[in-house]
Design a protein around this ligand. Structure first.
Ligand code: RFL
Length: 387
């Protein structure tokens, strides 16, 4: 079994296969140190934690993760908090930064005897219509090579070789540009409050999410086409403080920005998630806007479904799970996409709308429903923490 990509999807899959005695190799373009330093997601859903526990992969997050169950909305009408851990299904998030999760997963995978080839870039997947697909690769010095397996799992993200290798017309691509861009920031500073904060302001959205006691993620809505270096640290902090209404609700704890990237809010789903002997999971299968923090959670869920189906097929000769894999994942993916779209519309007026003031009123009404209606809050809580 050949797995492309050592992100959450590839490593959860590798761990499940290795534990069941299915030999596999993970091919990863980056080096181990680069993986350790790549800061991305942080909010893990309760179901993600249960999956990791089921497969002996949760020791690290139990040691270092923290429970999180409150979010705060700041708007022109004041602020309100939702203790979502006490609403809806009563579940909370565990905050465990993705680079630590990846490190945990790698450590267990290698302890189980799993092989990883760092600095190995998959170039193409060939022969996926047959029973011995081949992955052509090049190493960090550009030397070519190839790997063969019964199946190939494309867990190499949106721009990886798996997606690129799909023959034209093999799958359908659904794509939606939400028309909004965020400047994603990682500040070397403790969190400014004990909740996720979503600030809606006439100048655009701003967000705050704790990562560790020393690091905090912020988001600042920016113009489409902006570059991460367009503003100084000082200008960004001033803008964050303005949109988060720090003068009214308390100052932000400032620090150096150690990472900046512009994220265009987009959704992208392939259907089906397989072709012949190639199966896709994680961002390679579907990309979701970070507005609802679902990407890493979907990646773990899909990797579990794929891992169990592959074990049934390869160890027990039962191919039914593989046949159902795509449809089962797509059910979860589309529900997550629907909620993330709803979040985009909760936090931003529809861009380029015919009647901006009308759209703005709709956005305020959505927030008013969330502030005042218990059933709306229960629905929100269930969608926010669920996958
Ligand atoms: P990953 O993590 O991108 O891993 C793919 C791996 O494949 C490697 N690769 C290749 N290897 C070999 N050959 C090639 N040709 C290759 N091409 C790529 C890459 O080096 C990499 O190691 O994909 P995976 O496993 O599918 O996991 C998906 C998640 O990483 C992603 O959905 C989340 O980070 C999204 N996301 C969030 N998700 C959450 O659930 N909660 C959050 O709070 C959250 N916050 C975020 C986020 C994504 C963000 N960005 C960067 C868009 C915050 C941000 C800013």
């Amino acid at each position: 079994m050949v797995i492309l990509g050592a992100g959450p999807a590839g490593l959860v899959l590798g761990n499940l296969l290795q534990a069941a005695g299915v030999g596999c190799v993970v091919l990863e373009r980056a080096g181990r140190e680069q993986l350790r330093a790549r800061q991305r997601a942080g909010f893990l859903a309760a179901n993600t934690v249960r999956i990791l526990e089921r497969h002996g992969l949760a020791d690290g997050l139990h040691r270092r993760g923290r429970t999180h169950a409150t979010c705060e909305f700041r708007t022109e009408d004041g602020r309100f908090r939702l203790h979502y851990g006490a609403l809806g299904s009563g579940e909370a998030h565990t905050v465990h930064p993705q680079h630590l999760l990846v490190d945990d997963l790698l450590t267990v995978y290698q302890a189980r005897g799993g092989q990883v080839r760092f600095g190995t870039e998959a170039v193409a997947v060939q022969g996926m219509d047959g029973t011995r697909p081949t992955v052509t690769v090049r190493d960090a010095d550009g030397r070519p090579g190839h790997w063969r397996g019964r199946y190939v799992a494309g867990c190499d993200g949106r721009h990886g070789a798996a997606r690129r290798s799909l023959p034209p017309g093999a799958v359908r691509r659904h794509h939606l540009d939400h028309g909004v861009s965020w400047l994603g920031l990682l500040a070397e500073a403790p969190p400014s409050l004990d909740a996720v904060a979503y600030a809606v302001h006439g100048r655009g959205f701003a967000g705050h999410m704790a990562r560790t006691p020393e690091l905090t993620r912020y988001y600042l809505q920016c113009e489409h086409g902006s570059s991460p270096g367009d503003r100084t640290d000082e200008q960004i902090w001033d803008e964050l403080a303005l949109r988060m209404r720090a003068a009214e609700f308390g100052p932000l704890r400032r620090g150096r920005f150690v990472d900046r990237s512009v994220v265009q809010l987009e959704s992208d789903v392939l259907e089906p998630l397989c072709h012949g002997a190639l199966f896709l999971a994680g961002d390679a299968a579907s990309l979701i806007s970070p507005s609802a923090a679902k990407g890493a959670n979907l990646a773990v869920l899909e990797a579990e479904l794929l891992g169990l189906a592959l074990v049934d097929d390869l160890r027990h000769g039962a191919p039914e799970g593989l046949a159902r894999y795509s449809a089962r994942c797509l059910d979860h993916i589309w529900r997550a996409q629907e909620f993330s779209r709803w979040m985009v519309r909760l936090l931003h007026a529809a861009p380029a709308a015919d009647d901006p003031p009308f759209q703005e009123r709709l956005r305020r009404s959505r927030l008013a429903s969330l502030r005042t209606s218990r059933s709306c809050q229960d629905w929100f809580a269930e969608q926010y923490v669920g996958v």
